[in-house]
Design a protein around this ligand. Sequence first.
Ligand SMILES: N[C@@H](CCC(=O)N[C@@H](CS)C(=O)NCC(=O)O)C(=O)O
Length: 253
Amino acid sequence: MGLANALISSTLGFWRGTHIREDGLSREGKEQLQALQLYDMEGCPFCRLVREALTELDLDVVIYPCPKGGQRFRSRVLALGGKEQFPFLVDPNTGRSMYESRDIVEYLFRQYGQGETPGIWRLFTLNKASAIAANIVRMGAGVFARPSKRPDLMLELYAFESSPYAKPVRERLCELEIPYLLHNMGKSGLADYMLPVLRRRFYPGYAPATRNRQRLLSDTGLVMAPHLVDPNTGERLYESRQINRYLNRQYGI
Ligand SMILES: N[C@@H](CCC(=O)N[C@@H](CS)C(=O)NCC(=O)O)C(=O)O
């Protein structure tokens, strides 16, 4: 599915999951956090709302994909929470786990944001409708499992929720049931909004303010989403098409 379609999807999602909000944590506090765990289906609008909030709160999260027909993580959700329903969040920092996107979003802002759920996020019915519309245009991508080999080590993905380039990669990771540590890299300053290739060329002094962007810059010299790191093979890849080709080749059956 093309880029235009992913752009329409992000627009229907009102570009939630782009800009980082003021949070209630110091930088050190954030670095000491254990990554949250989300049992997720990429093509599920309710999961999307949770991932959007995670980007806005600049939180890292391990995504356990649970597509329909998936064999790897669905039974774990059933054992942990009592039903196969997604999203299901586990927070190892507080010992809390929960279903229901609205409860999860409110919990995240209470625990890791300013306390109050931000105004726009209180329009939950509207946000749900927009997330449903945003997912419909993806026509079932990121919903159904495909046969795959399970990687030994956890892959890592640098991305932010509304990135139209990251969307097809997350869909493929979900379909292949590949768990991954998602390093959220939402935007916080004007320079974060420049196109990466132009920024690299015309703004060599770019100094991002957030930790995942800083890490990407120091590791690769480029800050662009998505970026996949596979510790099983040592591969580090930019470019969504190349990443998906790699995932199919390496882990598809
Ligand atoms: N009210 C729930 C609805 C969650 C929901 O219906 N999720 C669907 C996926 S979009 C689900 O878990 N379906 C069961 C399945 O896929 O097996 C929420 O907002 O989190």
